[in-house]
Design a protein around this ligand. Structure first.
Ligand code: GDP
Ligand code: MN
Length: 397
């Protein structure tokens, strides 16, 4: 589950990570109230107004702006709230901004230039360990740094048995070229950041930039936080942070009815039971020259009602030109699934305008095939996996 910057920062702060402070606002009036409140709490008179959407690169798209007084807070907030913000990470038409974070300006002019670093905490899938990835080159695209100056990206792997050790936190501060108070502040920052990552059951923290202010404070200025959904039952308070407006509407609907659906770019809709078979089915479609439109695991009970719900979800995607149903009848009998497909098809009337290819294997597969073949509907049955994929390609051609 992805969070907004302001929510991610709330979680960081709850574990003692120093952040650029701010308050969220839904309207320009709320933004001004927030700015006044921030002035009281931090003494700041300059503010940054930051669009809250689930995408990075907001600064480049005009979604992060400096306000030097309350009037500017109001005008900038009214410009940003309601805009469709286009960044390198949004769809081409942009994403609507519903709220802004009014934050204290932490780039205040001082004796020395503020320094921006990059830091993320994530799982290294090769070693199976949590890793802190960091760089002196913050504030810019880390992908560009990785490509052009990979030696400026450092990593620190953490043994789960010991957690982050003090020498590792010091090594991070050292590699970032820090000394004196900033060095101490950075070791504290890294230590609390790691603690926050582990205890919030996150799967990704990306803080870009981490800022060294001109008075040697270390702050998280941005926060991209993803929480592991499988751990949400341990964090009842995080559940409310889900912003469904930021998620794919079909995925949201599927989740509500207990179906595991992921939207993809292709044109072959897939309905499969079991996540492993679903993955294999997507591979096969690719190998046959097609492109899956979705991942959909209908689970163990593929009865008529569930099959119909699944068909309806798949057909919400206008790109779908054919549907491949690939069900293995281990616990569920294939003839029941086949009957479910036929019933759902008849029930849906004109809603189904694309050919359906069905492969049912397992208990009573032969009866199931007969049922499909004799249904008189535009449903093609297949016995072999490859045959199914080839039939999909044939109907698309
Ligand atoms: P992103 O563009 O979506 O990654 O959003 P960020 O939160 O990283 O902000 C983008 C940029 O805005 C940062 O890299 C900074 O250069 C700038 N910025 C953020 N906070 C402040 C601030 O307090 N003062 C000033 N002057 N600039 C800021
Ligand atoms: Mn950023």
């Amino acid at each position: 589950m992805n969070l907004h910057e302001y929510q991610g920062k709330e979680i960081l702060a709850s574990f003692g990570v120093q952040i650029q402070r701010g308050l969220v606002a839904q309207t320009p009036e709320e933004a001004v109230t927030a700015a006044k409140q921030l002035s009281k709490e931090t003494g700041t008179s300059w503010f940054v107004i930051k669009a809250q959407i689930h995408a990075g690169g907001r600064g480049k798209g005009g979604g992060v702006k400096l306000a030097k007084n309350l009037e500017e807070v109001s005008t900038i907030a009214s410009q940003i709230i309601g805009m469709d913000l286009i960044t390198p990470q949004t769809p081409p038409e942009g994403k609507p901004v519903h709220q802004v974070l009014v934050a204290e300006d932490v780039y205040y002019p001082g004796a020395s230039e503020p320094d921006e670093y990059y830091m993320s905490v994530l799982l290294n899938r090769a070693s199976g360990r949590t890793m802190i990835m960091y760089s002196t080159e913050g504030g810019v695209d880390i992908e560009t740094v990785a490509e052009e100056t990979p030696h400026l990206i450092f990593t620190e792997e953490i043994d789960p048995a010991t957690g982050l050790l003090p020498f590792q936190a010091r090594r991070v501060a050292f590699n970032l070229g820090l000394s004196g108070n900033a060095f101490k502040e950075m070791t504290r920052f890294v230590t609390s950041l790691y603690k926050a990552y582990v205890n919030s059951d996150s799967s990704l923290f990306e803080i870009n930039p981490v800022l060294k202010t001109s008075d040697d404070k270390i702050l998280a200025v941005d926060a991209k936080v993803s929480i592991d959904e499988n751990a949400l039952f341990r964090h009842k308070d995080y559940k409310a942070m889900r912003d469904l407006r930021e998620e794919n509407p079909v995925e949201v609907e599927a989740r509500a009815v207990g179906l595991n659906y992921v939207d993809l770019d292709g044109n072959v809709g897939c309905m499969v039971n079991g996540a492993g078979l679903a993955m294999a089915t997507m591979d096969l479609i690719k190998q046959a020259g097609g492109d899956p439109a979705n991942f959909l695991d209908v689970g163990g009970t593929a009865d008529a009602a569930r099959v119909e719900t699944a068909f309806r979800l798949i057909l919400k995607d206008p790109n779908v030109k054919a549907i491949l149903v690939n069900i293995f009848g281990g616990i569920v009998r294939c003839d029941r699934v086949a009957q479910g497909i036929v019933d759902a098809y008849k029930n849906m009337g004109d809603a189904i305008q694309v050919p359906i290819i069905v492969r049912l294997q397992g208990t009573n597969a032969d009866i199931a095939k007969e049922l499909i073949d004799n249904s008189g509907l535009e449903v093609h049955s297949a016995v072999e996996f490859q045959e199914a994929a080839d039939k999909v390609q044939a109907v698309l051609a």
